[in-house]
Design a protein around this ligand. Sequence first.
Ligand code: NDP
Length: 243
Amino acid sequence: MRFESKVVLITGGTRGIGRACAERFAREGARVVLCGRDAAVAARVAREIGANTEGLACDVTDASAVEALVAAVEAKYGAIDVLVNNAGVEKNGLLVRMKDADWDAVMRTNMNGTFHFCRAAARGMLRKRSGRIVNVSSVLGLRGQGGQTHYCASKAAIIGFSKAYAKEVASRNITVNVVAPGYTVTEMTAPIPDNLREELLKAIPLHRGAQPEEIASAVAFLASDDAAYITGAVLCVDGGFAM
Ligand code: NDP
């Protein structure tokens, strides 16, 4: 029960890694608020998780919607103790043919969304002089991957952003860390063709993908008091892929 009486806000909590994080924090006593783009889906998932979880609609690309969500959560539950920026999208495509719309969609969701939520939650955390922020990047932000320049750029940007913000708020007892998952079994990776999946599994020293719960464990660790002296760190949870 490491998060008893803590208020935890998770973006993209309707499925995959975000949902596993919501389940983990709820199980450990937190008051959890998760968001996704569809109000009904977010509410259903929250109901499935349990009584101390609320699901709300918020598109992370929309700065005013993010401000409104954070204000509503703070008004109802008090300042946010833990912010997990997990919402993300992935697209494939060679740079030579990349459409501006695809580039923008990936950057606006993955990077701008993280920026919007960190900024919106900042006032409450600074006032309270405490906070834990965990931003979900990807090992592809460290290694690069052909056909995903936009995704890799967005995930590398999250790392630079997190290190800079960690320095900015360290004196206020706010930590900012990054979890960089490797291949994880979720809806995002379901379309990978079988032959590519086999190649990928061969390249992972542990020869398997992560379960979302294994990423949630790392997120919960960095959000917990056990990680009070860790900030600006990037924790790869990738079966050894990035080493
Ligand atoms: P999924 O596609 O399964 O889930 C993505 C989540 O993000 C959903 O809850 C979705 O909610 C939400 N989301 C997407 N766009 C928005 C938006 N504009 N506003 C609010 N919510 C949004 O992905 P995963 O669980 O696999 O991935 C979670 C994170 O982990 C992502 O950042 C991803 O890049 C990262 N990651 C994943 C890896 C993997 O192998 N799966 C590996 C490395 C990193 P909804 O559709 O309801 O709006």
